[in-house]
Design a protein around this ligand. Structure first.
Ligand SMILES: *Cc1c(COP(=O)(O)O)cnc(C)c1O
Length: 221
């Protein structure tokens, strides 16, 4: 078994164990293998080992790698987890099965327009800037209620859940708990939270999607 496949299996086992420990089913938590910056050969190892859900951060990179891979593995899913520019929405709706970074009205408007035009609707997560960091994407916690309402009522978008990236220098759990609280208030099922260093804590606080990169593919160059 290659290092990537070995680490993938270990992560799959750890995710399943964390879910079961919380009285949930293993299948209630989706492991998104974050393959940004990784070459096709690395992704192929995970695909050939049976993994099907991947995350990418950049539209251009995903466009270069994934159409060929999806031809070979038609049931593979690719999730956009990085910031999305409004002028990349057409490509993003064509490429991605889910978008985790919906965070502003102009983007919601473009997505709604393109989803109607293309008759293809990726699963949508609203990103919340739980740490209120100025340089980071995401809707401020105090503005989530209004933004969700705008998405739903004004743009007719179905929102699956919320996503966050806690500040690097803080303990992540309070951020996961805040995200879970906001989601519960809106009866949103999806919670995209937890990365290589903290996905078990995220699952304890209700994560439905964990985004794991370096713990599977190794450090990014
Ligand atoms: C890169 C990235 C990840 C994966 O990070 P690791 O620490 O390598 O697991 C998860 N989520 C987002 C939004 C990312 O950009």
């Amino acid at each position: 078994m290659s290092d990537i496949v070995q680490r993938l299996k270990a992560a799959q086992d750890a995710v399943a164990r964390a879910a079961v420990d919380m009285g949930r089913q293993a299948r209630d938590v989706t492991l998104i293998a974050v393959s940004k910056t990784m070459p096709e050969e690395a992704i192929l190892q995970a695909l050939e080992a049976g993994h099907r859900v991947f995350g990418e951060n950049y539209v251009q990179e995903a466009k270069a790698k994934w159409p060929a891979l999806k031809e070979r593995f038609p049931d593979a899913e690719v999730h956009m987890i990085g910031p999305l520019q409004s002028n990349k929405v057409r490509e993003a709706v064509a490429l991605f099965d889910a978008i985790h970074s919906l965070d502003r009205d102009s983007l919601a408007k473009e997505l709604a327009r393109e989803i109607a035009r293309a008759a293809r609707a990726p699963t949508l997560f609203v990103q919340v800037n739980t740490g209120e960091e100025p340089q980071k994407g995401g809707v401020m916690p105090g503005e989530v209620d209004g933004f969700l309402e705008t998405c739903r009522i004004h743009h007719g978008l179905a929102i699956e859940g919320l996503m966050c990236i806690p500040p690097a220098e803080e303990p992540p759990s309070p951020h996961f708990a805040l995200l879970a609280k906001i989601a519960a208030r809106h009866k949103l099922r999806g919670l995209s939270m937890g990365m290589s260093a903290d996905y078990e804590a995220a699952i304890q606080l209700g994560a439905t999607h964990v985004r794991i990169g370096s713990a599977i593919f190794g450090p990014r160059g």
